[in-house]
Design a protein around this ligand. Structure first.
Ligand SMILES: Nc1ncnc2c1ncn2[C@@H]1O[C@H](COP(=O)(O)OP(=O)(O)OP(=O)(O)O)[C@@H](O)[C@H]1O
Ligand SMILES: [Mg+2]
Length: 312
């Protein structure tokens, strides 16, 4: 298979989906590019699944459009060979075996039966191929769903919350799988509400809140722009130290329990300055905003904005 980049870009333009008065997806425009993992992140109910369903033509946009390789999903001649997706892991008929489920999927899409064994191997499910899907744990269902997505060897892959129900080993496995698929030149679009997991999996981030686009940027840009840090300092000579720090250009805020919180100078700078003036330090601790906090902060703003908009 050739992984020509023209076939692989997902392009959403002013994509909007309304359910009654709910704007599940609200004027979203973004690109998902090949060769990288793009994380699609937002809190519960922010419109991630709805967006993925729109990409797959499982529901129709109220306005705007989304294309894969320049075409609407329904116009793709062999969809399963173009786009593989895991949307609802529990959607498989419970009385089917894993093997039968995949075989039916392969046959209805003109995919060789030998590929079924291949993908069962890829997701580590050879041992349970003849078991009924109804008895599967959520983690096993996720693996089966991923096997289904990989069946047509598609250049574009979408996974909706693939980490749900996976144990730590499963989480590492899926992270490596996604990175591997991207390294082969595929387009990998994966949703999650776990920022820390995305930080070690995705190269690029599309962040939404209340159906609206909040950020569309590289992971390193996101980390850089969001990860503030400051230093908590305790000293028996806090007043004099504060004066010296301000004179050196640092910003000083009163902290809790007789501490100060210092920005604009790092911990070694503070240590050196204290030493140069014979001041004693009892604590010098660098603090960072976690990515999870940064994400909550970002999406919380959008919830506030939305709530006041409705009230007005
Ligand atoms: N078929 C539907 N009918 C009515 N409302 C819907 C429908 N599908 C989704 N919604 C609403 O659209 C909004 C977005 O839902 P969606 O499932 O896309 O969010 P999500 O980001 O996937 O959330 P989660 O993290 O919980 O999976 C929610 O307010 C939801 O209630
Ligand atoms: Mg969802």
């Amino acid at each position: 298979m050739t992984l020509g980049s023209g076939r692989q870009k997902i392009e959403a333009r002013h994509l909007t989906k309304r359910y009654g008065s709910t704007r599940a997806v609200d004027d979203l425009s973004f690109d998902v590019n090949p060769g990288i993992v793009t994380g699609f992140i937002g809190p519960n109910g922010s419109g991630k699944t709805t967006t993925m369903r729109l990409i797959l033509g499982l529901s129709e946009p109220t306005s705007g459009e989304v294309t894969v390789g320049g075409r609407l999903y329904r116009d793709l001649p062999a969809p399963l060979r173009e786009v593989g997706a895991l949307i609802d892991a529990k959607a498989v008929h419970p009385s089917r075996t894993a093997y039968r489920y995949l075989l039916a999927l392969a046959q209805s899409n003109a995919i060789a039966a030998s590929r079924v064994d291949e993908v069962l191997g890829l997701v580590g499910m050879e041992g349970v191929a003849s078991k009924r899907v109804g008895g599967f744990s959520l983690g096993m269902s996720q693996r089966l769903g991923i096997a289904g997505a990989l069946l047509g060897d598609p250049p574009v892959l979408m996974f909706d919350e693939p980490l749900n129900g996976l144990d730590p080993e499963g989480i590492v496995w899926i992270r490596q799988l996604m990175r591997h698929l991207a390294s082969e030149g595929r387009t990998v679009f994966v949703s999650s509400h776990l920022m820390n997991e995305m930080a070690v999996t995705a190269d690029h981030l599309v962040v939404i809140g209340q159906g609206k686009l909040l950020r569309d940027e590289g992971m390193s840009e996101f980390i850089e722009s969001r990860s503030q840090h400051w230093v908590v300092v305790r000293s028996p000579q806090l007043d004099e130290l504060s004066t010296r720090l301000k004179a050196a250009g640092a910003k000083v805020k009163i902290g809790i329990e007789d501490s100060i919180e210092v920005t604009g100078i790092d911990s070694s700078g503070i240590g050196d300055l204290a030493s140069a003036h014979g001041l004693t330090l009892h604590e010098l601790a660098t603090q960072r905003v976690s990515l999870e906090d940064a994400f909550m902060d970002l999406t919380h703003d959008s919830v506030d904005y939305r709530a006041s908009g409705v009230a007005a």
